[in-house]
Design a protein around this ligand. Structure first.
Ligand code: NAD
Length: 490
């Protein structure tokens, strides 16, 4: 597998698909300082990109501000056409984009292909939603007057995006911002700049005017400081860890920006003893091992009712052992490397802590031959609430299973988390499904399904999992201001 990503990258470079550097004010800049991009499976350097600094970010903010008036005044229908062209280009170059994602992020190529389609679907959906983002007329409380509510673009927006979905998270934020009439400046994760820069090339080709969509790669603190400080940046959207989200929220307070945050999760996945076991195991596999577990929706605490606990563990373990670990570019791979070594280290620490506190490590022992960023799919059974893995987000292919007895008990345990992004409930009882979905403190609940995301759904969390929503009609509101106008004496 050594050199596989390099060979693919060379091929893309020959076809000028990997532009390499930052897009600011319609120009591709080449910085003096370079950062390396590595294949997380092998540690090989696969590319270099310009390291932008605060001065570059200031130029980008100026350019975005200059582009605002024209973009805002464009008819929503025309903005929609441009977004649809961008989506079509993404789909036309889906294979090239998918290879880039796999090379720098590590996920299996089939998942990367799916991510490109998922990302493009947000551009298509918001292209139409921009035309529907209208206000209202309120029945007046004052004789002879008309009360109007208008929705208007908020201004320049900033997007700070993560490495686990390096294309889709940009498309989900930029689609909403651009449809609303706001230029957007993107700072992608330093681990995955190539797919962000490729998206910028396609944005240009789709006819997005200069300054309206810009991408700058570099040190996160240096690049985010001007975004936070600058009053002309009116909205900030972030996806990543709760710790960084808290810092950004604090920083954005300087200029009272509209902030939307999609942060960590710690999803409970609750399986009652009335379910079809095979369906529940299939759901748990999907909810735990997609994106090699590096997903904020990942099932972090799999609660299984006592009566079916042993049978569940047996079937779940059998399914886990069938997962194929390898380089994401190899056709049969289900589980790729962790994108960051710090994430792999966190998984190992959680496994060690659980084992030391009495959890049973059901799966095979870790195999070093795959390289330091790989975590082999691991099943921990008999996990208890006091173990690290029960409270700390697990961003990897490590499944923690905890037994429970009653509905009341499991609801209380599920709700103890300070995270509140996604929850899953598997039961055959409609009454129980209704009760639990009402009382569980999470922003998104899947009942008998592990798959519920997409452009029409309001994606976001309660408690420390975030603020605001992405996707859906709520997502576009993050980039709009509400204006109330009263016409008197008519
Ligand atoms: P992170 O929060 O550090 O990185 C996410 C984004 O924030 C990246 O673009 C990064 O460059 C930027 N960033 C980092 N520090 C910053 C700062 N001080 N100011 C401004 N921007 C900053 O996440 P991580 O360290 O890469 O991953 C750690 C954990 O975060 C993971 O194990 C996982 O639990 C969680 N995470 C969640 C998601 C999600 O989808 N919600 C995505 C990535 C990571």
């Amino acid at each position: 597998m050594v050199g596989l990503a390099k060979r693919h990258l060379e091929n893309l470079r020959r076809r000028e698909f990997v532009a390499g550097d930052a897009l600011i004010d319609g120009r591709w800049i080449e910085g003096d300082h370079r950062d390396v991009v590595v294949d997380p499976a092998t540690g090989d350097m696969i590319a270099e990109v310009a390291r932008c600094g605060a001065a570059d970010m200031n130029l980008a903010i100026d350019a975005a501000e200059r582009s605002l008036a024209k973009w805002r005044e464009l008819l929503p229908e025309r903005r929609g056409e441009i977004l649809r062209s961008w989506a079509s280009l993404m789909l036309a170059y889906s294979e090239e984009l998918a290879v880039l994602v796999t090379c720098e992020q590590g996920k299996p190529l089939a998942e990367a292909r799916h991510e490109i389609g998922y990302g493009a679907s947000f551009l298509q959906w918001f292209a139409a939603e921009g035309e529907r983002a209208y206000g209202e007329t309120i029945p007046s409380h004052k004789p002879g007057s008309v009360l109007q509510v208008r929705m208007q673009p908020i201004g320049v927006a900033a997007a700070i995006t993560p490495w686990n979905f390096p294309v889709a998270m940009i498309a989900r934020k930029a689609g909403a911002a651009l449809a609303a009439g706001c230029p957007v400046v993107v700072k992608p994760a330093p681990e995955t700049p190539l797919s962000a820069l490729a998206l910028a090339r396609l944005a240009e080709e789709a006819g997005i005017p200069r300054g309206v969509f810009q991408v700058l790669v570099g040190d996160p603190i240096e690049l985010s400081a001007p975004l936070l400080r600058e009053p002309r940046v009116r909205a900030l959207s972030f996806t990543g860890s709760t710790e960084v989200g808290q810092l950004l929220l604090e920083g954005a307070a300087q200029t009272v920006k509209k902030v939307s945050l999609e942060l960590g999760g710690h999803a409970p996945f609750i399986v009652f003893d009335d379910v079809d076991l095979d369906k529940a195991v299939k759901g748990a596999m999907a909810a735990k091992f997609a994106t090699s577990g590096q997903d904020c929706l990942a099932a972090n605490r799999i609660y299984v009712q006592a009566g079916i606990y042993d049978a569940f563990i047996e079937k779940f373990a059998a399914a886990i052992t069938r997962l194929k670990v390898g380089h994401g570019l190899e056709a049969a791979t289900d589980i790729g490397p962790m994108t960051k070594s710090s994430v792999a280290a966190k998984c190992r620490a959680q496994i060690d802590d659980a084992a030391a506190k009495g959890a049973r490590v059901v799966s095979a022992k870790q195999d070093q031959s795959f390289g330091p960023n790989f975590i082999l799919p691991t099943l921990l059974s008999d996990v208890t609430d006091g173990m690290l893995i029960s409270s700390e987000e697990t961003f990897g292919p490590v499944a923690a299973v905890l037994p429970f007895d009653s509905e009341e008990e499991v609801l209380a345990r599920a709700n103890t988390s300070e995270m509140g992004l996604a929850a899953y409930v598997y039961t055959d009882s409609l009454r129980r499904a209704l009760r639990l979905s009402e009382n569980i403190e999470y922003g998104m609940v899947g009942v008998n399904t592990a798959s519920f995301t997409g452009p029409p759904i309001p994606f976001g969390g309660w408690k420390q999992s975030g603020l605001g929503r992405e996707g859906s009609r709520h997502g576009i509101q993050e980039y709009m201001e509400l204006k109330y106008v009263c016409f008197g004496d008519l």
